[in-house]
Design a protein around this ligand. Sequence first.
Ligand SMILES: NC(=O)c1ccc[n+]([C@@H]2O[C@H](COP(=O)([O-])OP(=O)(O)OC[C@H]3O[C@@H](n4cnc5c(N)ncnc54)[C@H](O)[C@@H]3O)[C@@H](O)[C@H]2O)c1
Length: 276
Amino acid sequence: MKIADLFNVESYGVIVTGGASGIGLGYAEALAANGARVTILDVHAQRVENETRRLQGAGLDVRGQVVDVTDHKALDAVLDEAARVYGRLDVVFANAGIDPGAGFIGGWPGAERPRVPEGAFENYTDERWNRLIEVNLNGVFATVRAAVRHMKPRKSGRIIITTSLASTRIEPAIGAAYMAAKAGIKNLMRSVALELAAYNITVNAIAPGYIVTNIGDGHAHNPIEQKAVARTIPMHRVGFPADMQGLALFLASHASDYITGQEIIVDGGQGLGEAD
Ligand SMILES: NC(=O)c1ccc[n+]([C@@H]2O[C@H](COP(=O)([O-])OP(=O)(O)OC[C@H]3O[C@@H](n4cnc5c(N)ncnc54)[C@H](O)[C@@H]3O)[C@@H](O)[C@H]2O)c1
């Protein structure tokens, strides 16, 4: 068996929600650069246009569609259309997610961490709670359901959900609804994996630690914050979307054929605790 055959995703039909930025864009690039046909779905129209054009300019088979994962009918329609264009859907990344800010602590690891009244649980508004759950939990439900409708009849497919280190380790700077949603999709992943194993569909999760992306207004691009956070990470550096790409290819390809219902954490050891 050659490694290149094991990880081959040539001509696969792939969907990535939240694919126009950060981790999702990294997944899209990794798959497309290895010959997959990739549809980027994202609510941010300008990013969809820019990134689709950039990747097409690099000779990759990428198309983009503007869709909000909270609009389940629209999501169904764009997955149907992508399946029509490709003839099949091999891999669906349920990745779109938001961080609406203000947890109960107002600073990232490594920095000063004062309590923040706005993020305190007694002040958590229904609006913030529901918005987060609508995107990060219900949006993943709708994405996975749309994927299953295409994959089950073919008895083949890969579903990859972006959870978070926060599905097991609480990050107080982010807030309670995010913790609840990420733990929710982790167990949703396990439930769907069990249900669909008999149909040769694997369902796994990638749980990122601290990755520099545009989430939460792009706070992670701040080099002072990166330096402070890096002090708390056993590998002494923050992560980047490129750190996620190898695992994405692994879970999308035959290399992971017999693995389902697993969450794999990519965090430089942050979840283990602090060392030096
Ligand atoms: N960056 C991190 O440190 C980190 C850590 C753990 C988990 N995650 C998770 O990774 C995933 C990707 O986040 P990222 O860090 O790459 O952020 P990002 O903001 O760079 O990218 C997320 C993309 O999702 C899109 N999006 C947001 N809401 C959407 C909606 N309703 N419908 C469609 N698209 C929508 C955004 O427009 C954006 O382009 C999220 O689920 C996030 O919770 C990120």
